[in-house]
Design a protein around this ligand. Structure first.
Ligand code: FAD
Length: 233
């Protein structure tokens, strides 16, 4: 088990807009702070007081250790929480803290075929999984990623396409139609059943919807691994 470190200071390098409402926050990576693709951290401000709601947020690490940055991305709607309003006001050089790494949403067995389902902002840990496979030349057996966004706005497109086009055993499809997403999952599950592992990342509603669907096709619970972004509806 990796140790969980607390209150690790990280300094903002830049904020990058990925889509109309998804922003990436890029920090320096402290030398002794490492995580596995799929894990997350708990982030706090150091010099901003949050009066409404919790003063921390959980975000997945979207980068890998080898990139030497901590990258998280989040959806910031027109009327965001006070926490997210403050995130957008951060300037390069500002300091936040992170507790982590945490979470078990990691690839269990690279030698097994896998279907990875990412809905909207649920793509954040998937960027790290895909980047790891590409950058570190991880040997995989048929990992298929379905990345769906109803509005057809996709984050990290260059990184994801580059990884897909240059990694054996990795396929990645961008989908902007919910029915197509569901149909592709159904077809895959019918064909592969328990010969595959299933990873679902997205809002709680999405993860439980697909988990139920998969079990309905006879997929065992132990073959379904979920990352549920609690806090989104
Ligand atoms: C393991 C884990 C990993 C996570 N990883 C990430 C991650 O990588 N990136 C990430 O963004 N979040 C992630 N989350 C969720 C994150 O922690 C927050 O809970 C989430 O971003 C919501 O943030 P907020 O409370 O600041 O609300 P905001 O997103 O600012 O929303 C403000 C309010 O508006 C509502 N709202 C938001 N969108 C809509 C909409 N379209 N229509 C109507 N109402 C809406 C919200 O319910 C809320 O009440 C993760 C959660 C977990 C548990």
């Amino acid at each position: 088990m990796t140790d969980i470190k607390k209150n690790v200071e990280i300094t903002l390098k830049e904020i990058k807009q990925e889509t109309s409402d998804v922003y990436s926050f890029i920090f320096n990576k402290p030398e002794n702070f490492n995580w596995k693709p799929g894990q997350h951290g708990v982030f706090k401000f150091t010099d901003r007081e949050i009066k409404e709601g919790k003063d921390f947020r959980i975000f997945s690490f979207a980068s890998i250790n080898e990139e030497d940055i901590i990258l998280f991305s989040t959806r910031i709607v027109d009327e965001p929480s006070e926490f997210k309003k403050n995130l957008l006001e951060l300037k390069s050089g500002d300091v936040m803290t992170v507790d982590g790494p945490m979470g078990k949403f990691t690839i269990k067995d690279y030698s097994k075929p896998s279907l990875v389902m990412a809905g909207g902002i649920g793509v954040t840990p998937i960027r790290a999984l895909v980047k790891d496979i590409h950058h570190n030349g991880v040997k995989t057996k048929d990992i298929k990623v379905l990345y769906s966004d109803d509005r057809g706005e996709f984050a990290y497109t260059d990184t994801l396409k580059n990884a897909r086009d240059n990694s054996e055993g990795l396929d990645l499809v961008f989908i902007s139609d919910r029915n197509e997403f569901t149909d592709k999952i159904d077809a895959y599950a019918k064909e592969n059943q328990n010969n595959s592992l299933y990873y679902i990342s997205g809002t709680p509603g999405m993860t439980s919807f697909f988990k139920e669907k998969l079990t309905g096709f006879g997929v065992d619970q132990e073959n379904i691994i979920t990352d549920s972004f609690m806090g989104y509806e």
